[in-house]
Design a protein around this ligand. Structure first.
Ligand SMILES: Nc1ncnc2c1ncn2[C@@H]1O[C@H](COP(=O)(O)OP(=O)(O)OP(=O)(O)O)[C@@H](O)[C@H]1O
Length: 378
């Protein structure tokens, strides 16, 4: 994807090693002015390491970092013009809120009057104007994180780095802070943001583009909606939204490459593909758990299956069903009069538009199984 806006961040072949162990490998990424990119990945995948390298807290063992066209690879953190917000707030406990926010300005020798104005503006932006005289210990977690954001914004950085800023907050507060961050995003149209998280819903809510990290590498990168609806790989499909990954054989491929007929064992399934597929080709398909509907056995055009387990999870039933060919799928079924039970024979209704052929090829090692992260698409 091309972006006409000027580059705020340009990372080229970035590598970071701790001792001899490479924690971040060959990361190349461009973030435009005004763009928000989320780095999403499991624990230990290198997200924080990438952020620390950009901020200047970790030296890089290879590659370069340019901010607004300037090579900052060898510059200390304070000279990079970056704002940073981390999970643990990192406020100075002995300083009042106002002084915490002013801290970076004093270090930059901003004149006193301008400092006062900027602190007031930054606190207003995060709804904390009335708390300037309090100490951090007198604030809730959410309030402290707002102050941390104000402190990062007061020096007017061109780039704001956020490392799991909401993960220390409880679920309800996280939700409202997410809305506030969205509002802040539109108040700061020129700032580039890099948002590190392992929470897919935060990434989807805030980011223009999402980069998926795995084992120290960026494995997929794309517009948030594109990556969610057409994930290129099984890992991304599973990590971003939860997905059943099934191995199938192409039975027929229409004149439009979009429409593909598949064989899943002896069962037929219609799907969509971004590229043309050959008859007989083995492919991987991704189907979201909530895109599968349960119907009575024998339903026309449906796939027969037997329920292995069914767990009621409040707003939906989480069902595990086994197909006759041996594959298992997870179904997130809305509450209906018929509660699903283990042992029930059912039919699975799956619409063509919900069956997405991955670009990734099946490997011999991959089991034909369903995968669903803990918070998948419920
Ligand atoms: N200071 C360090 N010294 C040695 N190894 C480190 C250090 N910091 C991180 N690592 C290792 O580097 C790898 C990447 O860690 P990193 O913190 O970047 O992952 P992450 O994706 O941010 O994970 P999390 O979501 O748990 O914060 C991990 O294997 C981690 O153990």
């Amino acid at each position: 994807m091309t972006d006409d806006r000027a580059a705020a961040v340009e990372l080229e072949h970035l590598e970071v090693a701790y001792g001899g162990a490479v924690a971040l490998r060959d990361l190349s990424l461009r973030i435009a002015e005004g763009e928000t990119v989320a780095l999403l990945g499991p624990s230990g995948s290198g997200k924080s390491t990438a952020l620390k390298a950009i901020a200047g807290f970790e030296p890089v063992s290879a590659g370069s970092i340019r901010l607004a066209g300037r090579d900052v690879t060898a510059l200390p953190p304070a000279k990079r013009g970056i704002g940073i917000v981390v999970q643990s707030y990192a406020l100075f406990p002995h300083m009042r809120v106002g002084d915490n926010v002013a801290f970076g300005l004093a270090a930059r020798r901003v004149p006193r009057r301008e400092r006062t104005e900027r602190v007031a503006a930054a606190l207003a932006m995060v709804g904390m104007s009335d708390f300037a005289d309090r100490y951090p210990g007198q604030l809730s977690g959410g309030q402290q994180q707002r102050v941390a954001i104000a402190r990062a914004l007061a020096p007017r950085p061109r780039v704001l780095l956020l490392d799991e800023p909401l993960s220390a907050l409880d679920a309800r507060l996280r939700e409202s802070m997410l809305e506030e961050l969205q509002a802040l995003r539109s108040e700061l149209p020129d700032i580039a943001m890099l948002y590190v998280t392992h929470d897919q819903s935060e990434a989807l809510a805030l980011a223009d583009r999402i980069g998926i990290m795995r084992d120290g590498a960026l494995v997929d990168l794309g517009a948030a909606e594109e990556l969610y609806t057409r994930p290129p790989s099984a890992f991304t499909a599973t990590f971003l939204g939860g997905a059943n990954i099934l191995e199938a054989t192409v039975a027929a491929s229409g004149s439009s490459s979009e429409c593909v007929e598949l064989l899943l064992g002896d069962d037929r399934l219609a799907g969509r593909s971004a590229s043309r597929r050959a008859v007989g080709e083995r492919v991987l398909v991704s189907v979201r758990p909530h895109a599968i509907a349960l119907a009575a056995p024998g339903a026309e055009g449906a796939i027969p299956a037997v329920i292995e387990s069914a767990v009621w999870r409040g707003s939906a039933h989480h069902v595990r069903a086994r197909l006759s060919g041996g594959a298992a799928v997870t179904v997130v079924a809305p509450l209906t009069a018929d509660r699903p039970h283990a042992g029930d024979a059912v039919s699975l209704l799956i619409r063509r538009e919900d069956v997405h052929l991955l670009e990734e090829k099946p490997s011999a090692a991959r089991p034909a199984a369903a995968a669903e992260p803990a918070e998948a698409a419920a």
